[in-house]
Design a protein around this ligand. Structure first.
Ligand SMILES: Cc1cc2nc3c(=O)[nH]c(=O)nc-3n(C[C@H](O)[C@H](O)[C@H](O)COP(=O)(O)OP(=O)(O)OC[C@H]3O[C@@H](n4cnc5c(N)ncnc54)[C@H](O)[C@@H]3O)c2cc1C
Ligand SMILES: *[C@@H]1O[C@H](CO)[C@@H](O)[C@H](O)[C@H]1NC(C)=O
Ligand SMILES: *[C@@H]1O[C@H](CO)[C@@H](O)[C@H](O)[C@H]1NC(C)=O
Length: 408
């Protein structure tokens, strides 16, 4: 079988690699000019340089399990750093609340201690691991876009997916939330910035101001500031870094200073060597993730607000499920069965993640400073003490086996 994949972002690239494990070759398309990159290789292996863009992402155990299945875990682990605690503060760095993510993962059923700590990794680094795994030793086929023939089409073209709009209509367009994120990447060690927390959120609920700080490695940090009423970047150009760096970093750092964020967080933005804007969109829940020979994975199926750190995790689970389904059903005539089961498994999970992300955004953006923060403290207390489940570990092979058994 042969697949056509629209979108070679994180999920598209990983899908190509996963399908290869079950003997399905793919042709990857993207908006960026892949043909040129392939031509320039002069017949050698194609290594597509997508450039440094974006900030860092957090991956929890359900996604790490898929990477383990695909044999990519060690490489991802080596390029990332674990984050035991997720912390929340008032905007000025007081009133710390901490979630013990390692304990919570164990309570939620993660049996492998190595996977309990979520990891933080640069988005661009993760992308190059996925792309290079797929291209390893062979020349990736990047078609010129005129003709494409495949047994099925994977829409992995992100939250603004043209594939999704083509099969389900323009009413499935993503909606702008009014929030713009600005993501800076900074050489913390070089600038003497000491990060005590690996992952910290600073929130002023009343003024709807928020800053996030990540420790990515001993050398690198990422900082993200969320604002309302900033100019909207061009759709699809969210992760393209600003060219006028000193102007942007000064503007954003000065703004953060006026909010009263801790000095080191402001410094992270001021000293950033790259800043990318990300307009925050949300997507209405889709009743199904496939139609005919077309299947949606990642943000194209369930783009969500980034507040719970679940977007990519959910997309990587999609890849894990599709892989396990194709292990069971290897014939082209089984494609309808594969896609039906895929939707059956992934739609509720996708909706759940979108809902949790919306609820987290609501918790950040509503309520008074005192009461909102207190409610968050109570919630985190319940999770830390296993009085409420923070998440449930999703094991793709087990989920797929159960779904197949149910059809027999
Ligand atoms: C600020 C921010 C922070 C985030 N933090 C986290 C986090 O900590 N943890 C987490 O799990 N998730 C996080 N997410 C979500 C995560 O980034 C996304 O879920 C993830 O990038 C989705 O991957 P994707 O491959 O589906 O889509 P994308 O990464 O959007 O990739 C889509 C690809 O498709 C291409 N494309 C678009 N249109 C077309 C077309 N018509 N034809 C061909 N190609 C096309 C694009 O060029 C792109 O390469 C965050 C998101 C944001 C905005
Ligand atoms: C931090 O902010 C809180 C809430 O606005 C305020 O009560 C507190 O006094 C501030 N603390 C410092 C050290 O600025
Ligand atoms: C959805 O989330 C709720 C609460 O976290 C959980 O009880 C339920 O099992 C989840 N459903 C799926 C399909 O993951």
């Amino acid at each position: 079988m042969h697949a056509i994949i629209a979108g070679s972002g994180l999920v598209g690239a990983l899908t190509a690699f996963a399908l290869k494990q079950v003997g399905i070759e793919s042709t990857l398309y993207d908006q960026v000019d892949l043909v040129n990159a392939a031509m320039k290789s002069g017949g050698g292996p194609v290594v597509v340089e997508f450039g440094e863009s974006g900030g860092c992402v957090l991956l929890a155990c359900s996604a790490l399990r898929v990477l383990r299945t695909l044999g990519l875990l060690d490489e991802v682990m080596a390029a990332s750093s674990p984050s035991q605690y997720t912390t929340w503060f008032k905007i000025n760095g007081t009133s710390r609340i901490a979630l013990d993510a390692v304990k919570v993962s164990a309570d939620c059923g993660e049996t492998d201690p190595a996977l309990r700590a979520p990891v933080q990794i640069m988005r661009s680094k993760l992308h190059s691991i996925f792309i290079q795994a797929y291209c390893d030793g062979v020349i990736a086929q990047f078609a010129d876009g005129t003709t494409a023939v495949g047994d099925f089409l994977v829409g992995a073209d992100g939250i603004h997916s043209a594939t999704r709009r083509a099969i389900f209509g323009e009413s499935t367009k993503a909606e702008f939330t009014g929030v713009i994120g600005h993501i800076g990447v900074v050489k913390t060690k070089e600038h003497g910035i000491d990060l005590k927390e690996t992952l910290a959120f600073y929130i002023d609920r009343e003024k709807k101001q928020m800053a996030w700080a990540f420790k990515v490695t001993e050398e690198l940090g990422a900082v993200q500031v969320m604002t309302f009423n900033d100019p909207i970047p061009v759709e699809g150009e969210e992760y393209r870094p600003y060219s006028d760096l000193p102007k942007e970093s000064t503007r954003l750092a000065d703004m953060m200073a006026s909010w009263g964020v801790p000095k080191h967080v402001e410094e992270m933005m001021r000293k950033s060597f790259r800043i990318s804007p990300a307009a925050i969109y949300d997507l209405k829940d889709l009743p199904t993730f496939h139609k005919g020979r077309v299947v949606l994975l990642g943000d194209s199926a369930h783009g969500m607000v980034p507040n719970a750190g679940l977007g990519l995790l959910t997309g990587i689970e999609d890849v894990g499920v599709l892989l396990e389904l194709f292990r069971h059903y290897q014939d082209e005539k089984d494609i309808p069965t594969v896609f039906n089961l895929y939707s059956k498994l992934r739609v509720p999970r996708g909706h759940n993640a979108s809902l949790r992300s919306r609820e987290m955004a609501k918790q950040y953006y509503t309520g008074s400073s005192g009461i909102g923060h207190f409610k968050l403290r109570v919630g985190i207390f319940l999770f830390n003490h296993n009085l409420m489940k923070y998440h449930n570990v999703y094991d793709c092979p087990a989920e797929v086996n159960a779904a197949i058994t149910a059809t027999l």
